[in-house]
Design a binder for this molecule. Structure first.
Ligand code: DGY
Length: 320
């Protein structure tokens, strides 16, 4: 019987994913599910042919340089790959894949949840009822911002951005988008293209970020950009925390330029930014955009599909 490749699964993935991995590979599973240090990742690379990491395991150039030559492929369990220095890994001859497509709907659902929850004051309302402090009602009580029929600006019209646009159309939103390239009409679905971010921001009553975190997009939403939004805009981020200058967002919330925000991603994770806790108009989640049982299985299977292709000598579908 041929020797089966050994795979390190660096976090506790879904039962179905682990079962399939064990069927086809020798698996070292991080049962404890804790975070791994750079030294632990480097040490593990000498014991395995493949790693299936999450975005919580980091492979910057300094780690890539120390990885053992035994390691052949990093099959990410994520669509975002900002935790990997891909040129540095490729230079070491390590293949890198991700899991696009399968989490677009779950992430867009979370963006909708955050958008509506932020606009309709979900944090404040929940706290009021939960704490027994709900003592009154009047027509002027807890008035929020209506989503239906409003203009939604999307930055990054990839798979998740398009899934968001699709769902937002169900709320009769007018969709505007900025993307590096204009989409063909069938993918655009009537959305209005902006060739620059600035013109998009001017019409974004609601703004949802769906672009990857790269050196070019770090701090994309800064004071100058918040200033261009319509007064009282709602900002949603389910992509990566690095896209927003958090101090500038706090200033925009304080001035009222931004009426509310819905955030699933933060510059510091896990943990988030405690300064946001002072704002009832910030609806926060702990990076769970893709966290549905169905999507977790689909992400795991997609990562394993990539491993299967690689170890059978084919080009993995999601090779970066
Ligand atoms: C992704 O796939 O990039 C999500 O953020 C979860 O890691």
């Amino acid at each position: 019987m041929p020797i089966r490749p050994t795979v390190w699964i660096s976090r506790r993935l879904s039962d179905a994913t682990v079962a399939r991995a064990r069927r086809d590979y020798e698996v070292i599973l991080n049962e404890a599910d804790g975070l791994s240090t750079a030294d632990e990742i480097v040490a593990m690379s000498a014991r395995v042919d493949a790693i299936v990491p999450c975005h919580s395991e980091r492979f910057p150039a300094a780690v890539a340089a120390r990885l053992d030559p035994r390691l052949k492929i990093i099959a990410n369990y994520s669509v975002g790959v900002d935790h990997c220095d891909i040129p540095a890994l490729k230079a070491r001859g390590i293949a890198v894949t991700n899991t696009p497509d399968v989490l677009s709907d779950a992430t867009a659902e979370t963006a909708m949840l955050l958008m509506i929850g932020a606009a309709r004051r979900a944090v404040e309302g929940d706290r009021l009822v939960r704490s027994g402090q709900w003592k009154t009602w009047s027509p002027s009580f807890m008035v929020g911002k209506q989503v239906t029929g409003a203009r939604l600006g999307i930055i990054g019209m990839g798979r998740v951005g398009r899934a968001m646009a699709h769902k937002a159309r169900g709320f009769d939103m007018e969709i505007h988008y900025f993307n590096r390239h204009r989409l063909p009409p069938d993918l655009e679905g009537g959305a209005i293209f902006h060739s620059g971010i600035d013109s998009l921001l001017k019409v974004a009553d609601f703004l949802s970020l769906h672009c990857p975190a790269t050196p070019e997009t770090a701090g994309l939403m800064n004071a100058a950009r918040f200033a261009q939004l319509p007064c009282g805009a709602v900002v949603v981020n389910t992509a990566r925390g690095a896209l927003i200058d958090e101090a500038d967002l706090i200033a925009a919330l304080q001035s009222g330029k931004v009426a509310a925000a819905g955030l699933d991603c933060f510059v510091t994770e896990p943990g988030g930014n405690p300064a946001f806790a002072a704002f009832d108009n910030v609806f926060m989640l702990p990076h769970i955009g893709s966290a549905t049982a169905q999507t977790r299985d689909a992400m795991g299977f997609r990562a394993l599909d990539n491993l299967d292709a690689f170890f059978s000598g084919k080009t993995p579908r999601d090779l970066l």
